[in-house]
Design a protein. Structure first.
Length: 231
């Protein structure tokens, strides 16, 4: 049976992971198209916001073979599957990940944590779950699925929260407590698509994040390349 194609926004690399627990790690990215959320500060709206972008030009279909062939040119051993929301296409991702395993490539997946992963959790080497806060502009009912978040926490996922200012940290603490996330699995990331904004917010958040027993991550790709697409 022919595998259904993946709907992809972009494939790029080699680059480095700019955020979270694998910060600075050399990798390739596969950005899946479409999203079930609509964060007002989203830095990749071209993957889902059809009020501003044209889906017919922003998205394209790729076979597993085509994706693997593109990544193989990058001389990487780690692939980050992101979005959009990649778990909207999770059934299509499983054959792709099996191919990665045969090539001895590690698979990292970034998700908002509103959709459960129904396949074997061990297929994925690193889960980074990013529950959205009120600063995303969406209702809690839309952006938070505590049952799904607990499943990811029990599977050893890391949790990355996009924070605009220190007042957001109390909301993070509420989610962390309700889900039962270990402090060592919490990563706080300043929102921003400009180097100056990222640096300033990092400085303002650092002491409070450390005092709460959490981890702090910058946005390395923004500091290195600004808001340049494909980096």
């Amino acid at each position: 049976m022919t595998e259904p194609p993946l709907v992809i926004s972009e494939i790029f690399g080699p680059t480095v992971q700019g955020e979270g627990p694998e910060l600075g790690t050399r990798c390739g990215f596969v950005r899946l198209g479409r999203c079930n959320l609509s964060c007002q500060w989203c830095d990749t709206p071209y993957s889902w916001d059809w009020s501003r972008f044209d889906a017919s030009t922003e998205l394209s279909e790729h076979s597993v073979d085509a994706v693997v062939a593109r990544l193989a040119t990058m001389a990487i051993d780690t692939v980050v599957l992101t979005g959009g929301e990649p778990l909207l296409q999770q059934r299509r991702l499983v054959p792709l990940i099996h191919r990665f395993q045969r090539l001895k490539w590690k698979t990292h997946i970034e998700t908002a944590g509103t959709i459960a992963w129904d396949a074997d959790q061990k297929l994925v080497d690193r889960w980074v779950v990013s529950p959205k806060l009120a600063n995303s502009g969406m209702s809690a009912r839309r952006r938070l699925r505590y049952d799904v978040l607990r499943r990811f926490a029990n599977a050893g996922a890391s949790f990355k929260f996009v924070v605009v200012d220190a007042s957001d940290l109390d909301e993070v603490a509420h989610i962390v407590g309700k889900v039962g996330i270990a402090p060592t699995s919490v990563w706080i990331m300043p929102e921003g698509t400009k180097p100056r904004a990222v640096a300033e917010r990092t400085a303002k958040l650092a002491d409070d994040v450390i005092a709460r027993g959490w981890n702090l991550t910058t946005r390395l790709h923004v500091l290195a390349w600004g808001d340049k697409r494909g980096k």
